[in-house]
Design a protein around this ligand. Structure first.
Ligand SMILES: [Zn+2]
Length: 295
């Protein structure tokens, strides 16, 4: 790719000149923010699970075939506590907020740790389309209600002994009496509650409003697991709108479709470094006394 400074200034100008910003957040964004699922974060929090079950990162833990519900929930509780409740807003998400705060913006994200809201994005401008660690649902989706889990998760963590929670803390669906699950789209029983549909509507409204307008699509760490949610729609909207720019942050697949190559600014560099450089340029340009220089 070409000179980094040039792309940083192009991205900053595109943001500066835009009226609307649509942010798309994928797994690579949280990894870049420090919410990594392996290495020290894993061994610091999961050494007992690592020893007993042999998995070597947090992601693998979420797929491990635990033999009992007491073990399954001991693991989920630790996982959700570490990634959702103990984790404050990370620098990177805060920096993204800072960059777009004066624009008309909206966020669609496949991430489930509530980092956008923690970083100050208003609830009604964030659509977490794949679920949220903070909620439980009926494992069979027998009804469409979600249950905020902070108190229960903390209790489970507190009472975990030898990688198990006490049986009386295993959650049961209050309607059908069967198992419960974390509200994540990992099977066909994912519950989309009323709030989910409202967020979906707000997202559509934002797309309608911004159609044909001067808009920047900022896509962060979106791979090819579920490209139909963010990656492909962002490309198509960029293609259709002569006033659109796509800024794509992606370590492995940074390039845009050939049809929109001229409207795409791609970064395969560290997201944090690039966002901070764009932010620095933005604040330098907006210093009082710089109006003449920019005119
Ligand atoms: Zn149920």
């Amino acid at each position: 790719m070409d000179y980094l400074e040039k792309r940083i200034s192009q991205a900053q100008e595109a943001i500066e000149n835009s009226e609307y910003i649509l942010i798309g957040g994928g797994a690579g964004l949280s990894a870049a923010a420090g919410l990594t699922y392996s290495g020290k974060r894993f061994s610091d929090h999961f050494s007992d699970f690592m020893e007993k079950y042999g998995f070597t990162d947090m992601y693998a833990g979420t797929f491990y075939p635990f033999q009992t519900e007491e073990e399954l929930w001991a693991h989920w509780a630790r996982h959700i506590d570490v990634n959702r409740y103990l984790m404050p807003a990370t620098r990177l998400y805060l920096d993204i907020m800072e960059l777009v705060k004066n624009k008309k913006y909206f966020v669609i994200s496949t991430n489930v740790e509530s980092q956008f809201v923690k970083a100050g994005f208003p609830d009604d401008k964030v659509f977490e389309v794949q679920g949220d660690y903070s909620y439980l649902q009926c494992a069979k989706g027998c009804h469409d209600k979600l249950y905020y889990n902070e108190e229960l998760i903390k209790k489970m963590v507190f009472h975990t002994k030898e990688c198990r929670i006490p049986s009386e803390l295993v959650p049961r669906c209050p309607v059908c009496g069967n198992e419960m699950d974390v509200n994540l789209r990992h099977n066909a029983f994912f519950v989309q509650n009323e709030e989910w549909y409202k967020a979906d509507k707000r997202y559509s409204k934002f797309l309608d409003e911004s159609e044909g307008k001067n808009i920047v699509y900022m896509e962060f760490g979106v791979g090819f697991n579920t490209p139909g949610i963010i990656r492909y729609p962002f490309e198509q909207m960029t293609y259709k709108n002569p006033n659109a720019t796509l800024i794509r942050f992606n370590r492995d697949n940074p390039l845009g479709a050939p049809e929109i190559a001229k409207k795409t600014i791609s970064f395969d560099e560290d997201i944090m470094l690039v966002i901070q450089s764009i932010g620095k340029r933005q604040s330098e340009q907006n210093l009082p006394g710089n109006e003449m220089k920019n005119a």
